[in-house]
Design a protein around this ligand. Structure first.
Ligand code: NDP
Length: 298
């Protein structure tokens, strides 16, 4: 009988992960089916209980359940504990293990963005949600010495800083209020700029005005499109990358956790490109109903 892997989120209909993971299973000759489960928070405990059965290799978890799922899991790995969020589940018998592959996904994207240059030590991060936590954890692990986090609701950025207090004790991790003049002055002191807000996901708008973008930055947007933010940054003379590399590598890391095999990266990248060309978007950040709105508002 085929094994099953499920993506649990709300909504999930537009997910890119299905196409990417199914192509990977098929290419690797693994008899497994990747299913999309749209489940509300109330349905989440039942969905997680089901995944304990033998027929499941594991699961992915996406918006809005990445944090809510933590207490339902038996053991969390370092990335999941550090970020307080789980996006991948594996099984050890009937016990479930929670992982956060957004962290290695971000690290792979950062490495590619930096290329042959020396890894910078300063970064500005816009946003303080689940994606931003994976970014900040990755930056701390890469040895960054100064990270400034800006968020619309300052208290959420402050909460993020408190969350990382221990792992960031040796360096400077600061939350700052969202004022354009302060962002501008921080951008003058940094090399890496990451957009981890969902601004630009559903409308052609940028989190910050083009005029305050200096030249020569390395700029990453977690959103999987060529957003206005990236177009502005490129026009200002920066090197830019969208969220597809992070998505691909978080998926590859999950595939390896479920199967114990190296992921067929090229196959997954091709399936991702095809799904995108067909108009699919990831479930990540797809706003849907009250629950997603609450999650986005913090
Ligand atoms: P969350 O809902 O946890 O966080 C959303 C963030 O966006 C918060 O910082 C929020 O600020 C900010 N925000 C949203 N709307 C506005 C607005 N109108 N004005 C100012 N700030 C706003 O989402 P995630 O962190 O999970 O995801 C963020 C983005 O990253 C999404 O676009 C998602 O698609 C992408 N992502 C991509 C991944 C990849 O693999 N490439 C992986 C994970 C995420 P506030 O706290 O003030 O509300």
């Amino acid at each position: 009988m085929s094994k099953r892997v499920v993506l649990i989120g709300h909504p999930v209909a537009h997910s890119l992960s299905g196409a990417m993971q199914q192509a990977a299973f098929d290419a690797a000759g693994i008899d497994a089916i990747y299913e999309l489960w749209d489940r509300t928070s109330l349905q989440l405990p039942d969905a997680i209980a089901q995944v304990r059965d033998d027929e499941y290799l594991g699961a992915n978890v996406t918006i809005p359940h990445k944090e809510r799922v933590v207490p339902l899991i038996d053991r969390s790995t370092e990335d999941a504990v550090a970020t307080g969020a789980i996006n991948t589940i594996t099984r050890e018998g009937r016990r479930l293990v929670g992982h956060n592959t957004d962290v290695p996904g971000f690290e792979a994207a950062l490495d590619k963005l930096v290329g042959r240059q020396k890894m910078p030590r300063q970064a500005v991060v816009l946003g303080a949600g689940g994606g931003a936590r994976a970014v900040v954890h990755g930056l701390i692990r890469e040895g960054f010495l100064r990270i400034v986090v800006f968020n619309r609701h300052l208290h959420r950025a402050e909460g993020l800083v408190r969350h990382f207090a221990k792992s960031a004790a040796h360096m400077e991790l600061k939350a700052m209020p969202w004022h354009e003049s302060i962002i501008e002055s921080e951008l003058a002191k940094t090399k890496i700029l990451v957009n981890a807000t969902s601004i630009g996901l559903t409308a052609d708008v940028s989190p910050i005005p083009a005029e305050i973008l200096p030249s020569g930055l390395l700029v990453l947007d977690l959103i999987y499109n060529r957003t206005r933010f990236l177009r502005d940054a490129e026009a200002a003379g920066s090197t830019v990358m969208d969220g597809e590399t992070m998505l691909l590598h978080q998926g590859a890391a999950a595939f390896t956790l479920w199967t114990g095999q190296a992921a067929p990266l090229e196959v997954m990248a091709a399936a991702l490109a095809e799904a995108r060309a067909g108009g699919l978007r990831s479930a990540e950040g797809e706003p849907a109903g009250e629950e997603a709105a609450t999650s986005a508002a913090g």
